[in-house]
Ligand binder design. Structure first.
Ligand code: TMP
Ligand code: ZN
Length: 412
């Protein structure tokens, strides 16, 4: 069930420095449906250690549950729950359509297409596209929206099948997916074989430097078994003849980076040089950086536990908003369980009425927060703060954020 990895880097095989242990962790998106005691007792957990590589700067979880335990017929995260993310990926689709999909045989392949948040823009305009995702419930939803999707893990076998049916891909995109993939070398190799010689590879996910800076350690969980940066991605893809050309930084998910790669070595934008320097300045290869990060993370956990315990002991109701995968990390690491938090509100139909992994907090329909009026609401979906606070402007509660420190949100 666990792929216990050797004490070496999953990218370059160099020895790694393990600097943090989270103890027993459940799988962040494995919400519990049936709350009989036997289901709760048999919940899958694994010991989560985190390390970085001094050679290629790859930040990684050392042991990762088998991918079938994480990506199956009940994956709980539906990217289209956020209107801001729908807009964000609409903008990316327009850029791809106008800049890259110009030849008659050009098509876009999205690896880990989730519910089709990006590809819907292509299917709506009848532009050749293909999605691949291993979670069948997401694939069903995407298909219902008219998107062309294959249900499989992306590997050398599915890459071959895709090439036989569609030819080489002009554009390959992975948004918030590459950090889910344990065997990054095999996938990078399969991508290099499938990408056409004038093709573009676009990857976007949470950025290591932002995570360290904010202390947003919650980005680390079983599915997020890497937190990538420019240095580690460049190292990985160069081994397969794919080179970084450009990067764009976004504030999404607490700071994300979009990377543009191709088989052309000669192109390197000023932005790439800028972020290479940012990574040097932020000492992403230095143990002290991570020891400080660990201390910051532990302080955030103990401050949040103290805050919640204090309010509950005074008789206040404390709830959460956003049953995010991220919240699984902080709740389990800080040991904030269902004896402290009454519930967590969420708008995702698939999550409602289930229990959070490990901490067994009930997930309640977000529509009900207006009538419940909890005294305090911890914003676990802090990366969607403006969208949620706008939507909930009439809700009577005191909103609390905790990254980088506990703060009562006063919007006005
Ligand atoms: P994420 O931080 O991993 O994107 O997860 C966000 C979670 O928050 C997801 O379960 C959906 C939920 N959510 C709401 O309940 N209401 C909202 O308005 C938004 C944007 C997200
Ligand atoms: Zn390495």
């Amino acid at each position: 069930m666990i792929n216990k990895l050797k004490n070496s880097c999953r990218v370059c095989n160099n020895s790694i420095e393990i600097f943090m242990n989270f103890g027993d962790m459940p799988i962040a998106n494995n919400l519990i449906t049936n709350n009989t005691n036997s289901t709760l007792d048999s919940e899958f957990k694994y010991d989560m250690d985190v390390a970085f590589c001094t050679k290629c700067a790859c930040f990684q979880v050392t042991n990762v549950p088998n991918k079938n335990l994480m990506f199956n017929n009940s994956y709980a995260y539906f990217a289209s729950e956020s209107k801001e993310m729908i807009n964000h990926f609409y903008n990316l689709s327009q850029e791809i359509i106008t800049k890259y999909l110009i030849g008659p045989d050009d098509y876009i392949l999205e690896i880990g297409c989730n519910d089709g948040i990006l590809l819907k823009n292509f299917s709506d305009q009848k532009i050749p596209h293909l999605g691949i995702d291993a979670s069948s419930n997401l694939v069903e939803k995407a298909k219902m929206d008219g998107i062309n999707v294959k249900c499989a893990f992306f590997d050398d076998i599915s890459a071959d099948e895709i090439e036989n049916e569609y030819g080489k891909a002009k554009v390959i995109v992975l948004t918030n997916t590459m950090h889910h993939i344990e065997n990054c070398n095999a996938v990078a190799k399969a991508i290099s074989l499938l990408l056409s010689k004038d093709g573009v590879l676009i990857i976007e996910d949470p950025y290591l430097v932002d995570m360290i800076d904010l202390g947003s350690f919650e980005q680390i969980y079983a599915e997020h078994n890497f937190i990538w940066c420019l240095s580690s991605y460049s190292y990985l893809f160069e081994m397969y003849g794919i080179y970084i050309n450009d990067v764009k930084h976004f504030d999404k998910h607490g700071g994300s980076m979009r990377y543009y790669f191709s088989k052309k070595l000669s192109i390197k934008s000023k932005e790439v040089t800028f972020y290479e320097n940012v990574e040097k300045k932020n000492k992403i290869n230095d143990l002290k950086t991570y020891v400080d990060f660990k201390e910051k993370s532990e302080k955030i956990c103990s401050d949040l536990l103290k805050f919640v315990s204090d309010k509950v002991s005074k008789g206040y109701t404390v709830c959460g908003y956003g049953a995010t995968a991220k919240s699984c990390t902080i709740l389990n690491y800080a040991k904030i369980t269902n004896n402290l938090l009454t519930c967590i509100y969420d708008s995702t139909p698939f999550k409602i009425n289930k229990l959070t992994p490990g901490t067994h907090i009930p997930i309640r329909d977000a529509k009900l927060i207006k009538e419940d009026q909890p005294d305090f609401t911890i914003l676990f979906a802090w990366n969607h703060k403006s969208e949620i606070l706008k939507k909930e402007r009439l809700t009577k509660t005191t909103w609390i954020e905790y990254i980088p420190e506990i703060n009562e949100i006063n919007e006005n």
